[in-house]
Write a protein that binds this ligand. Structure first.
Ligand SMILES: [Zn+2]
Length: 398
């Protein structure tokens, strides 16, 4: 039975939205009710104390919900961490949907088949899935193996990887007992079990360690953040097949891909009121957020890309602006202790050291002044926006 558990994901109703008229085909005005979500409750497969986790079934109550088809989990910032779930039941005042793999804490919004969307709810806490099991050393696989198929050992270099890093993650394998006639390595996205990339290594010799590496891209585009896993399939000449993991296993040879790393690699804090975006400064308002850390703490590129500016400015001190590769954002880092070794036009990878925290220019105390600019970018028609939600999210997983 679907008795409601504790209401720890209870959310308040957003401000009532009106029902805007839309033109119907018959010439008269047709009124489409805007769906409204007042309350979100975890009803099945919940974590302790009624909290939601990937796979949990949620009940959303409110009004005008009968036409809702999709629930979007808006995540912590931007669109990269959005996750969408199809509704499993929709009635006028209640609907049900499962928390998709990869959904993270944040507001929810629902949408009808014709795209009419509710206001976002208050944030709903979603417990993250357990981290993948580390397995950098080659170990025998638990997956299915037909008689006569090669025996497989696999290992994956890391459980956490970043888009735009020089080398995100390496999958290694070794076969024994039979020479494979066909061999495939697939990269599986956990959120929808889709194979997003595959490799067909040739000339694999039993007993020899082979590997494939993935840089977090599919074609030229950055892959969606979330859980991925490698799956090796090998068949002997007579067709006996072995696989490194069961279908749906998101722990073995798995890793979590993140789109940014937190740029300050040491103890830090996010300052007081004056550190925030939009706080008052002489003659202007603060265009970024100040992250305080000791002078000399290493600073890395939150997201790789191409250096757009590197130089010195009386207010900014030593500064660097990076045009994020595969990202809509530009990233500005200011008050560096020393000029960055990188110059305009240089390629920088995610997590690569770009300098150290300092207080050059107009700075009180050692800190990173960090700016995020939306497309088309830094002083190219883009606008800076409050980077704190993004910084807090990056800090939580870096
Ligand atoms: Zn600042």
């Amino acid at each position: 039975m679907l008795g409601a558990l504790a209401l720890s994901v209870l959310v308040a109703a957003p401000t009532a939205t009106g029902a805007p008229p839309t033109q119907g085909g018959g010439g008269g005005a047709e009124y489409v009710a805007v769906p409204k979500v007042a309350k979100v409750t975890c009803v099945r497969g919940c974590a302790s104390r009624g909290r939601a986790k990937p796979g949990s079934l949620l009940s959303l109550s409110g009004s005008a919900l009968a036409g809702v088809r999709q629930v979007t989990f808006l995540g912590s910032y931007g669109k990269a961490d959005n996750a969408v779930s199809q509704v499993t039941l929709a009635r006028e005042t209640v609907l049900r949907a499962q928390v998709p793999a990869g959904a993270v804490s944040g507001a929810l919004a629902v949408a009808t088949a014709d795209g009419t969307r509710s206001a976002p709810t208050r944030p709903v806490a979603i417990l993250p899935a357990p981290a993948p099991e580390p397995g950098a050393e080659l170990t025998p696989v638990p997956g299915p193996r037909a008689q006569g198929a090669p025996a497989l050992e696999t290992g994956t270099s890391r459980t956490k990887a970043y888009v735009g890093a020089r080398r995100a993650v390496t999958f290694s394998f070794r076969l024994s007992d039979a020479t494979p006639s066909a061999l495939t390595v697939e990269l599986v996205r956990a959120s929808d079990a889709a194979v997003v990339k595959s490799w067909s290594p040739q000339g694999v010799v039993p007993g020899q360690v082979q590997s494939v590496s993935w840089d977090g891209r599919i074609g030229t585009a950055a892959a969606k953040p979330g859980r991925y896993s490698f799956r090796l399939t090998a068949a002997s000449a007579d067709g006996a097949e072995a696989r490194s993991s069961q279908v749906g296993d998101v722990q073995r040879d798995a890793f979590d891909l993140y789109d940014h790393i937190f740029p300050v690699r040491g103890k830090h804090d996010f300052g007081g009121a004056g550190a925030g975006f939009g706080s008052g400064r002489a003659g202007h308002s603060h265009q970024g957020h100040d992250v305080f850390a000791a002078c000399g703490v290493p600073m890395v590129a939150a997201r790789g890309g191409v250096v757009q500016y590197s130089g010195y400015h009386a207010a900014a001190g030593n500064y660097l602006v990076i045009d994020g590769a595969g990202s809509d954002y530009d990233y500005a880092y200011m008050h560096l202790a020393e000029p960055s070794p990188f110059r305009a036009g240089d390629r920088v990878y995610t997590g690569q050291r770009i300098g150290a925290v300092g207080e050059t220019g107009n700075a009180q105390g050692c800190h990173l002044h960090f700016e995020l600019w939306g497309a088309p970018g830094w002083y190219e028609g883009g606008r800076p926006f409050d980077p704190l939600p993004a910084l807090l999210a990056w800090d939580s997983w870096s």
